[in-house]
Design a binder for this molecule. Structure first.
Ligand code: GLY
Length: 387
């Protein structure tokens, strides 16, 4: 396996599935269309939900995308760990009543072992504990060693996203090596430690969930896969986490140059650098998709991201508006796949900088109030002493 850039990985995956008859569709907007169940797109299959349930007819029964996603449920952890982030891209190949597990699993294996040349012994498939069919595809059709296939329960190997298509899944884990492990003899995929990293989830979407625990069999059997691009890049670049992946590293470098601090010199400034890197990516894409900072819904998500980034800029000692310049680097790093970020750059920067200025003004007026209160408290304290 060879070091491969994030941008090249995206292209290679999409080309591979195009060569298998899939229609390549560019990423859908982060803002869900005609779907009130989601605030933002959180998975590659989310914009395609109605193709799975048969409510809409897809342009082709095989599609492939690299989808922009934002997950903010762990936002408080972003920066404090190197593992968390809000914005990521998800590679996916989808079958709407076309191929099923017999094709999906061998193709996933072919891509990883023949195109990317990841050594087979580094890969571990998991299957839903009752899915003998998937187990036998891995063992007999693909030829994976039996002691490298694990059966896991519903918690790990059943995928659903609120209401919509769902089903049992088969994941592929990458073994990062003993140094990441807990050392227990039982350590294998599914273990809580960091040794086995899930890289690809192949969902056999054959049920429709009403989001309240009721499942009905779908008319057709579908495939929905999801592989985090940044995670795959970590594997292919031999780095620990997404902040060390080439494109994100370049964004982080622009922030550290601006703040005149070095990444990995000080854990406290590292937190701020990671927060700004992640949040400026997410904000650039959200604004590009038409979201405006506001006090509710997705506008509030954006406001929070921008303001957290600003605050951490100030903590790093950066003076004046800086987010626009960082967003310019985000657009540059994404030029090949998302030229629209560069096309809309002036607009995106303007919205970000306006929010940054509003934030500064709020902080300043807050500081003035605080100064006033402190002065009054001092005065009252003195008065009291006098009395
Ligand atoms: N839809 C499959 C996944 O996101 O893991």
């Amino acid at each position: 396996m060879e070091w491969t850039s994030l941008n090249d990985l995206r292209e290679s995956y999409l080309k591979f599935f195009e060569s298998k008859g899939h229609l390549l569709h560019k990423s859908y907007s982060l803002v869900p269309e005609n779907d009130k169940t989601l605030l933002l797109i959180v998975a590659g299959m989310a914009p395609l939900k109605k193709y799975f349930t048969g409510e809409l007819t897809p342009p082709r029964r095989r599609m492939t995308t690299c989808q922009k996603c934002i997950r903010t449920n762990d936002i408080e952890n972003v920066g404090y760990t190197a593992r968390h982030g809000t914005f990521f891209e998800m590679l996916g190949n989808f079958s709407f009543g076309d191929y099923f597990k017999e094709e999906a699993l061998p193709w996933a294996w072919e891509y990883l072992t023949e195109v990317l040349k990841i050594p087979e012994e580094k890969l571990w498939p998991s299957v839903y504990e009752k899915d003998d069919e998937a187990y036998s595809i891995w063992k007999d059709k693909i030829g994976v060693r039996e002691d490298h296939i694990v059966r896991l329960g519903k918690e790990d190997n059943f995928w659903e996203l609120g209401a919509g298509a769902c089903g049992p899944c088969s994941e592929i884990y990458f073994d990062r090596g003993e140094k990441y492990g807990c050392g227990k003899p039982t350590c294998k995929p599914g273990c809580d430690c960091d040794r086995y990293m899930e890289i690809w989830n192949n969902v056999f979407s054959q049920f429709e969930s009403d989001g309240e625990g009721h499942y009905t069999e779908l008319k057709s059997k579908n495939i929905d896969t999801g592989m985090g691009l940044e995670r795959l890049a970590c594997v292919m670049q031999g780095v620990d986490n997404m902040f060390e992946v080439d494109t994100i590293q370049n964004i982080l470098k622009a922030i550290s140059d601006r703040a005149k601090v070095k990444y990995k010199d000080n854990p406290k400034s590292d937190v701020s650098l990671r927060i700004i890197a992640d949040h400026s990516r997410a904000s650039a894409f959200l604004i590009g998709d038409g979201v405006m900072p506001s006090n509710e819904g997705r506008g509030y998500v954006l406001r929070r991201l921008l303001r957290r980034a600003c605050r951490h800029g100030r903590l790093l000692g950066i003076e004046g508006a800086f987010l626009g310049d960082i967003i310019e680097v985000v657009a540059h790093e994404n030029l090949t796949a998302y030229p629209e970020l560069t096309e809309k750059l002036d607009y995106i920067k303007k919205i970000a900088v306006m929010e940054e200025e509003r934030f500064d003004a709020t902080v300043e007026s807050g500081m003035n109030v605080l100064d006033q209160l402190t002065a009054e408290a001092k005065k009252n304290g003195k008065d009291k002493t006098r009395n």
